[in-house]
Design a protein around this ligand. Structure first.
Ligand SMILES: Nc1ncnc2c1ncn2[C@@H]1O[C@H](COP(=O)(O)OP(=O)(O)O)[C@@H](O)[C@H]1O
Ligand SMILES: [Mg+2]
Length: 303
């Protein structure tokens, strides 16, 4: 612990003495003073397509002109680097334990999408002392200047960390397949999450449905159940059907939206990306930015 504390004191001293040069993209047409929006992608059951959705959505949003960063917060498996076919040199742990800045740990993915591997840093963050966290959050805050959207890809299940990511985000994309077990687990997740906090914005996305009818059935079933039994209205983002192109793209370690841009899944994901951003217009809810996100994540007050 004292070793850890020593390292963090070093970080703070560095923060005080060194001016971190932040590279702002020159051609961006989004205001750099605005906070970025943090979207957590989650599910009740594992293997429903969260990582594929996160990565391809990120690329699609980037094509639409948003500056996107993905945070891989799956503590189990490092997934996104496999899908991107890249291996990051550093993880969030290097920001915590070492003298790395947020820019040191950003990897370049396709189409200008940036990527941060959470590694065990995600878990580590929840164990640090308040003053240590402040120093790290201060570092993370630089992300607000280089990103419009941060997509957080979580692991499956109702672990404490996943719940933290859900509460900390500006909004949540809940992914499920139409299988009854996946729907049950999605329902259980909504129940747990909304018991404490009814304000969470949950957007439902059904993935890997056999056909439109099955997709709509799954959406209706889950929305009806959460509305009737929990009093929670899920927002509907839509669906992505089962497509062998997804499986092919995964094997090629390339996002399907790049390998098969004209495929049905790519078009469906494009619709979802537009719906996701459209829903924003007219809403007054202000994004708390990356600083707000990490404060909430680690339970620090005074947001
Ligand atoms: N729409 C889809 N059509 C076909 N296969 C899919 C689709 N979405 C995901 N998959 C398959 O499901 C597997 C699990 O997806 P992944 O994104 O890793 O899930 P998670 O991150 O939720 O564990 C992938 O390897 C992929 O082959
Ligand atoms: Mg995953």
């Amino acid at each position: 612990m004292s070793d850890q504390a020593e390292k963090l004191r070093k970080i703070i001293n560095n923060l005080k003495t060194r001016q971190i040069v932040e590279q702002l993209p020159s051609e961006d047409n989004h205001s750099s003073t605005r906070n970025c929006k943090v979207i957590t992608v989650t599910s009740g059951k594992g293997g429903v397509g969260k990582t594929n959705i996160s990565v391809n959505l990120a690329i699609n949003l980037s094509k639409m002109g948003y500056r996107v960063v993905i945070l891989d917060a799956d503590l189990g498996l490092a997934n996104i680097d496999i899908l991107f076919g890249i291996s990051p040199h550093y993880t969030l742990l290097d920001v915590i334990n070492d003298d790395k800045s947020i820019f040191d740990i950003l990897s370049d993915g396709p189409m200008n999408v940036k990527f941060i591997s959470g590694g065990s840093g995600v878990e580590e963050m929840t164990r640090l002392e308040k003053w240590q966290l402040e120093a790290i959050i201060e570092k993370m805050a630089s992300l607000d200047k280089i990103a419009d959207i941060v997509i957080v890809d979580t692991g499956a299940g109702i672990s404490e960390n996943v719940i933290r990511f859900i509460y900390a985000a500006d909004e949540v994309i809940l992914v499920t397949t139409p299988e009854p077990t996946a729907i049950m687990d999605a329902y259980a997740l909504v129940k747990t999450v909304t018991k404490e906090n009814k304000d969470v914005t949950i957007k439902l996305l059904v993935n890997r449905a056999e056909n439109i009818k099955e997709a709509l059935n799954a959406i209706n079933k889950l929305c009806f159940a959460t509305d009737t039994f929990l009093g929670v209205k899920l927002q509907q983002l839509g669906y992505v059907l089962y497509d062998t192109n997804v499986v092919k793209a995964v094997k090629q370690q390339e996002p399907f939206i790049l390998s098969f841009p004209k495929s049905l899944v790519s078009r469906q994901l494009n619709d979802i990306a537009h719906k996701l951003m459209q829903a924003d217009q007219g809403t007054v809810k202000k994004s708390l930015g990356i600083k707000g996100f990490f404060r909430k994540l680690t339970n620090l007050k005074n947001i």
